[in-house]
Design a protein around this ligand. Structure first.
Ligand code: 7TS
Length: 387
């Protein structure tokens, strides 16, 4: 076996159908969609089709907006800056409620807003690794709260947050609700209507689309102050020439993601379970989060006495790509923030290893990974000073 890719929460392979659909938009249909000549206008039907596919994928209504952005990081930043300028700045409401386990593209813009005087409540997760409606409710004073921002699925554990319940609560209290759905799309159904989200962020490369393109859903009537100022693209809500091949690719990727949800739920889950059962059969190992509360593709495991980094290097030597958590924080030597938030940090510090599968993962790859993993754990524990 040459190499096995089990880091699909960091990014995914582009589906060949997506690549094929994008191809003509580099050298044949390359006009600027805002140009009046035929080179520009001939892109329009393709952009409409991509729009339809994206709206259908998240069940957005025609009157809602979906801005095409460069990635989920941009979408998240755009939401926070918008809420700051439209609601917080004049001190009408000054609080944002979020969790301690969001991706840095949520936590870091919020830390920036804290420096500007915004009160940010970082809810810890409970022993299941999630936040509940009740936990949000405790801080949800509608006179003070401008926004609730809770991720749909955690990128490290794969745990699914109760976004529908939280969405209903926010609607009852008339507080805006944002969800970062970057790790949800393509893994579980995402329906903006049923969950009452006002803003939703996502990134195409997490569901077999291209890198450098993402989306921001904005419910009709929700305040929005543009983050990018410039031309009149997207009704003035996000200036800059659109990434046409990326947008087309994201449309196809979204449609394929939705069509493959059943496959995720059955086949991907089966392979994940096989790997997870094998991990748990090794002495002194643990998997974070109940299986039934997680998306079908993710395992965050802890191997007692083995540093996550050491395990990643050992696996990598054998051609297996896993992760210590988020690639975005893999330079950091801080303990895994999810372990800290779940209050299991002392026991598990630095031992997290994330395996994330996709619809491209094969049974042979999982069998090979299990074999390498068993040998690796034995080898690393034999030289470990803490085991
Ligand atoms: N939100 C979540 C929940 C994510 O998991 C990521 C990327 C992002 C936002 C940012 O996406 P981007 O396309 O803007 O970069 N998460 C990870 C990860 O878990 N490992 O590498 C990247």
């Amino acid at each position: 076996m040459e190499r096995v890719y089990l880091d699909n929460n960091a990014t995914t392979i582009v589906d060949p159908l997506v690549k094929e659909a994008m191809e003509p938009f580099y050298c044949q249909i390359y006009g600027n969609p805002n140009s009046l000549h035929s080179f520009g206008t001939e892109t329009h039907p393709y952009l409409r089709l991509a729009t339809d596919r994206i709206y259908a994928g998240i069940k957005a209504n025609d009157e809602d907006d979906v801005l095409i952005t460069s990635c989920a990081t941009e979408s998240n930043n755009a939401v926070f800056m918008s809420v700051y300028y439209s609601i917080i700045k004049d001190r009408r409401k000054n609080r944002i409620i979020t969790t301690q386990v969001e991706h840095p593209s949520v936590t870091n813009p919020l830390k920036f807003l804290e420096k500007l005087g915004v009160e940010v409540v970082y809810l810890p997760v409970n022993s299941d690794g999630i936040v509940t409606k009740e936990m949000v409710k405790e801080y949800l004073d509608p006179d003070k709260t401008a926004l609730v921002s809770i991720m749909w699925v955690n990128n490290e554990t794969g745990l699914i947050f109760p976004v529908r319940e939280i969405g209903i609560l926010c609607k009852e209290k008339d507080v805006l609700f944002h969800s970062d759905a970057t790790q949800a799309i393509g893994k579980i159904p995402v329906n903006v209507d049923e969950t009452f989200v006002d803003y939703l962020s996502f990134s195409a490369h997490k569901f077999h689309g291209p890198k450098g393109v993402g989306g921001l859903y904005i419910r009709k009537g929700t305040p929005f102050v543009p983050f990018f100022h410039g031309g009149e693209q997207m009704g003035g809500k996000r200036a800059g020439t659109i990434n046409v091949p990326g947008f087309v690719g994201m449309g196809v990727a979204m449609e394929l993601a939705v069509n493959n949800l059943e496959y995720e739920k059955t086949k991907v889950a089966k392979l994940r379970d096989k790997l997870e059962d094998a991990i748990l059969s090794i002495k002194d190992t643990r998997v974070i989060g109940k299986r039934e509360l997680r998306v079908p593709n993710t395992i965050l495991a802890s191997f007692r006495g083995i540093e996550g980094e050491a395990m990643i290097w050992d696996l990598n030597k054998n051609g297996i790509a896993a992760s210590t958590g988020s690639a975005c924080s893999s330079e950091s030597l801080e303990p895994n923030p999810v372990f800290v938030a779940m209050d299991i940090e002392r026991e598990l510090a630095h031992t997290g290893v994330r395996f994330s599968l996709s619809r491209y993962t094969t049974e042979e790859e999982i069998d090979y990974t299990i074999k390498v993993l068993r040998e690796s754990v034995e080898r690393l524990r034999s030289i470990s000073s803490t085991y």
